[in-house]
Design a protein around this ligand. Structure first.
Ligand code: MD6
Ligand code: FE
Length: 198
């Protein structure tokens, strides 16, 4: 059985100054690759806004969930910011860089339903996530959708590594505590997930 203990949670991994610098890096990413409002394969709008950096970006829509080398506007994705790559090097691998940095923005009512990250070719590589801004309630379950779940609050600067059995576990964000952090002037939460795609 998978429990919260299978998720490597690094509380306050990034100090406040590094969080603020990373937000500035992400503003540059969003200038090159603007946030968009994704649709699920069933045509329902997702409540998060999304963009990516790296060789691939994660896209959803009528064509299903997939990785694409270009933003919907036709441009290649901007490079993953160096400070983000440093976290991956420290916690995952110094030799293999991630192919995709998915950037999710949660506004006041945004959430992320229980899901598994399953669009990558090799589950031997962990997924690393970085939380910035308002706290979000992260729910983790097991390998089956109906398995018991537990929740943990992810705060600004926290980093989660999903490796081993946890790599294939269900997880999601129930809600955020909008306005609880002052990192983003307008409120909201940013989550970065770094993955090896192919
Ligand atoms: C979030 N995170 O924290 C959503 N996926 O906003 C994810 O879906 C996620 O945190 C894979 C690994 C870590 C994660
Ligand atoms: Fe996920």
């Amino acid at each position: 059985m998978i429990t919260l203990k299978d998720f490597e949670i690094h509380k306050a991994y990034l100090p406040p100054a590094a969080q603020a610098a990373m937000v500035e890096d992400l503003r540059e990413v969003a200038r090159a690759a603007p946030f968009f409002a994704p649709l699920t394969p069933w045509g329902k709008p997702m409540s998060v806004r999304m963009t990516s950096a790296g060789r691939y970006g994660w896209i959803t829509g009528r064509g299903g969930y997939r990785y694409e080398p270009r933003h919907p506007d036709g441009q290649p994705w901007p490079p993953i910011p160096e400070a983000v790559l440093v976290v991956w090097r420290d916690l995952v691998s110094a030799t293999r860089a991630p192919d995709c940095c998915l950037v999710n923005f949660y506004g006041e009512k945004a959430r992320m339903g229980l899901h598994r990250d399953a669009d990558e070719a090799d589950f031997g590589w962990p997924v690393l996530s970085i939380s910035l801004g308002d706290p979000g309630l992260f729910r983790v379950g097991g390998l089956e959708r109906g398995d018991p779940t537990a929740s943990v609050l992810l705060e600004s600067g926290d980093v989660v590594v999903m490796a081993g059995p946890a790599r294939r576990a269900y997880h999601g964000i129930d809600r955020i505590r909008f306005g609880a952090s002052r990192l983003l002037p307008g409120g909201g939460r940013i989550n970065l997930t770094l993955r090896v795609v192919d």
